[in-house]
Design a protein around this ligand. Structure first.
Ligand code: AMP
Ligand code: GLY
Length: 420
């Protein structure tokens, strides 16, 4: 069997490594992949957002199954196009990927179907948004409607900050057309939980829960990033919370999407906040999270391809999805300066004994030397019988990996430990 994976980050590396455990898979192509993924798949230099290029390539390179991992190609309709060519795909069609592609859509969906989320107002007129902020409760949260590389959210602690955020999105267009419409929403507090789920549009199977660490520096200081590390499971996701989420959030969301004629298949990611009034949805993603995938998939005991195909075929109810009862921790090693300016081109040393635990996100091959090329360079994952074992294991491996200007957080998993 030949498989195509669209994308080129740490998440895709984790997906590819897991897929490779299936011995029926003879070949995996990554479009575009990266210098580290090249050790596990054949990389094809076509951008994940070049849907025409991907389809053109697939015409002359037949594959049996395609996995579209990142948000942009999903929102751009990669799954629709590949499916029309007769290639079965993992991932939602564009009309369902809108659940991440438009925050206005997802907020209105939750309101219409009574799914718990922060109170909000939508604005397409800047003056009206500014007038609303004169009396809105502070702190408040300003969100650009469209995709903004995970950066379209500004938490404003004062009224002036909130107004500046609105102006930067609607007037200065810092997120481009994504800021044409904005959502202003209630500021919620409580621990955050990421729950990725497999769904075929009928059945929803939550994967093991996880906790992301979005700020760049220890103790949740510094700027927001794409994620500096993760642990799984998340201690705040208790059995009682899981039950409530299934009844009030997961199933209602799947049913709501069906009722709207937008059946969702693939991985639906629920970004949750466990508030005093119960779990509420902070965001939906139409795909696997990064770096959540790097702790969730190493704990999956079932065959990933079988489960993925079941989401496409609508047979998830009859398919076993089993997770280990171990813990996992992933520490992201980034380039110093990330998420702002950073230098790149430094040689990366990954000793043989930790190779299996490393998921490469931003690196290129220069001859046979792997060199840094991105802000988040790689993630190092360890699993263990306890949370501490996983955390210690991950940091032991991190110490063995090296490149100039590397930096990482030293407290991944600390908050999860304190929750106990
Ligand atoms: P998002 O890009 O939607 O994941 O938002 C980024 C981060 O902003 C989330 O992980 C939360 O930490 C925070 N956030 C988003 N919405 C809210 C909210 N309504 N109240 C408090 N924090 C929020
Ligand atoms: N780790 C958050 C995300 O993938 O959006």
């Amino acid at each position: 069997m030949k498989i195509m994976v669209v994308g080129g980050g740490g998440r895709e590396h984790a997906i590819i490594k897991k897929l490779k455990e299936n011995k029926d898979i003879e070949k995996i192509y990554a479009l575009p992949g990266n210098g580290g993924i090249a050790a596990d798949a054949e990389c094809v230099a076509i951008s994940a957002t070049d849907i025409d290029g991907i389809c053109e390539w697939a015409k002359s390179n037949p594959v049996d199954y395609a996995v579209v991992a990142p948000d942009d190609p999903l929102v751009l309709g990669a799954v629709d196009r590949l499916t029309a060519m007769g290639i079965p795909c993992f991932g939602p069609e564009a009309k369902a990927a809108i659940i991440e592609g438009s925050k206005v859509f997802s907020k209105n969906l939750m309101k219409k179907y009574g799914i718990p989320t922060a109170e909000y107002e939508v604005f397409s007129d800047m003056e009206k948004a500014l007038a609303y902020l004169e009396t809105a409760p502070i702190p408040t949260v300003i969100k650009a409607d469209g995709l903004a590389l995970g950066k379209g959210v500004i938490i404003a602690m004062t009224r002036d900050e909130a107004k500046d955020a609105v102006k930067s999105m609607m007037q200065d267009k810092i997120f481009g057309a994504s800021g044409n419409n904005i959502v202003i929403e209630e500021f919620l507090t409580g621990p955050e939980v990421s729950v990725l789920s497999f769904t075929d549009g009928k059945t929803v199977v939550p994967m093991i829960s996880s906790m992301d660490h979005k700020r760049a520096l220890d103790n949740d200081e510094g700027l927001n990033t794409g994620g500096m590390g993760t642990v799984a499971p998340n201690p705040y996701y208790t059995k009682a919370v899981a039950k409530e989420c299934m009844e009030k959030i997961f199933l209602p969301t799947i049913n709501a999407m069906n009722a709207e004629g937008r059946t969702f298949k693939g991985c639906l990611y629920f970004g949750l906040m466990i508030t005093e009034k119960g779990p509420k949805v902070i965001e939906y993603n139409c795909r696997f999270g990064d770096p959540e995938t790097q702790v969730v998939l190493p704990l999956l005991e079932s065959d990933l391809l079988t489960v993925m195909k079941a989401t496409t075929d609508g047979t998830l109810a009859e398919t076993e999805v089993k997770f280990s009862d171990k813990h996992a921790c992933c520490v992201i090693m980034a380039s110093k300066g990330y998420p702002q300016k950073y230098d790149k081109g430094f040689a990366i040393d990954i000793p043989e004994d930790v190779k299996d635990s490393v998921y490469v996100a931003g690196a290129v091959l220069d001859g046979t030397t792997l060199k840094t090329s991105g802000g988040r360079v790689l993630g190092v994952t360890a699993t263990g019988a306890c949370l501490d074992c996983a955390i210690n294991g991950a940091y032991e491996k991190v110490k063995k990996v090296s490149f100039d200007n590397a930096f990482y957080r030293n407290d991944i998993g600390k908050k999860a430990k304190e929750a106990k």
